[in-house]
Design a protein around this ligand. Structure first.
Ligand code: SAM
Ligand code: SF4
Length: 367
């Protein structure tokens, strides 16, 4: 028996699902070394995992053109994790070194028990809890309830300030004004330094970089531009449509000079800049396509249906739901998580000729 086969046979609870076609042979599943297994989330490339992204739902009330095709199929209700499952995984992950939990989706604010999820995570661990939302279902009352339950920070997404374009991109009945109101409310309710994301797509909204950057000055927020990634369910991404961060920066600098901020966390996805004229707010660039930051990645992802994905671009996922439903102890869940983290791939490989877009899309993984 080969050593990898021997290892496999001793891990009854570890289930790897290959998201690729059946013709592809499964990659070897490597167990974390014994001094790490069940103790710390570290991968075989020396990276430490401190950030858990939990997708609480894969459903959304938007159908953004770069994310979710109108024909998108959602997970079956019976496959979704429970409030207790989310909280348990967060608690165990925090004992393994996770310091930040970000709730995402789909649209997390659609989850009917979101407040309970936040409270249960807060009750079980000391990690900071953040959430990202499209802002459409945010009210002052809900923000207060989430904050009082333990939510620390909010990020929103807005891709256009022009109502017609906003509708074209999101295919929703929401307006930019609705999202701007949500941003103001979150600031007012003290939900940290609010961050706002935008994805620019060539020929659609790439002429709005400077207008969107002005939101940072207006609200004293961090306005972040994310490069469009090949994770859309329509599989319409092609290299002629994404806008490199360098181009976005040049467009903003035609209006406002930017100076790099000192002390960006190396594991942070964004490189941030202040305005040279001293105006409030910051601009951030998240450039996974032009400037991959995989070497400093500190993230692990849990999908709404209970799969662990060590990378957005993982071709494989780890079936934690089966482990939870098989009655695993906390120690066994911890071992499962440390094994999954150990197998995190070195990089996303978007620039490689062998790159395959993963089957799961951004909304199904949790962005
Ligand atoms: N629905 C929420 C929202 O839109 O903020 C949370 C989930 S969404 C998947 C999280 C972030 O992923 C958003 O800022 C969205 O713009 C970004 N996103 C979605 N698809 C993307 C893609 N193909 N490339 C880059 N960013 C993407
Ligand atoms: Fe929904 Fe967010 Fe995807 Fe837009 S980006 S479709 S709001 S999950």
């Amino acid at each position: 028996m080969s050593s990898s086969t021997a290892e496999l046979s001793t891990i009854p609870l570890l289930v790897l699902r290959s998201a690729l076609s059946p013709s592809r042979s499964d990659p070897p599943i490597r167990r974390a070394p014994s001094h790490i297994r069940g103790q710390r989330l570290v991968d075989a490339h020396g990276r430490t995992i401190t950030d858990l992204r939990i997708s609480v739902t894969d459903r959304c009330n938007f159908r953004c053109v770069y994310c979710m095709d109108p024909s998108t199929q959602f997970a079956r209700a019976e496959d979704l994790l429970s409030v207790a499952d989310f909280a348990r995984v967060a608690r165990i992950a925090s004992t393994l070194g996770v310091r930040k939990v970000r709730l995402t989706g789909g649209e997390p604010t659609l989850h009917p028990r979101l407040c309970e999820i936040i409270a249960a995570i807060r009750h079980g661990c000391a990690a900071e809890i953040a959430m990202i939302s499209n802002g459409s279902l945010v009210t002052r009352e809900r923000l207060r309830a989430w904050r009082d339950a333990g939510l620390g920070r909010m990020t929103f997404s807005i891709d256009s300030l022009r109502p017609d374009r906003f509708t074209q991109i999101t295919r929703s009945t929401c307006t930019p004004e609705d999202v701007l109101r949500a941003i103001e409310l979150a600031i007012d309710e003290g939900l940290g330094r609010v961050k706002v994301n935008a994805v620019l797509i060539k020929g659609i909204n790439d002429d709005e970089a400077a207008d969107l950057a002005d939101l940072a000055r207006r609200f004293d927020i961090e306005m972040r531009f994310i490069e469009y990634m090949p994770l859309d369910s329509a599989r319409a991404w092609d290299s002629s449509r994404w806008v490199p961060a360098s181009e976005t920066r040049r467009a903003i600098e035609k209006r406002h000079a930017l100076v790099p901020c000192d002390g960006d966390d190396p594991s942070s996805t964004a490189r941030t800049f202040e305005f040279a004229d001293g105006a409030p707010g910051r601009v951030g660039f998240i450039a996974p396509v032009s400037t991959p930051f995989c070497g400093a990645c500190s993230r692990l992802r849990l999908t709404a249906d209970g799969m662990i994905r060590p990378c957005l671009f993982s071709q494989d996922e780890w079936d934690l739901r089966s482990v939870l439903r098989a009655g695993a102890s906390d120690e066994e869940v911890a071992e499962f998580l440390t094994d999954a983290a150990w197998n995190k791939q070195a990089g996303h490989g978007i620039d490689s000729p062998d790159f395959h877009q993963p089957e799961r899309t951004m909304s199904a993984i949790g962005g």
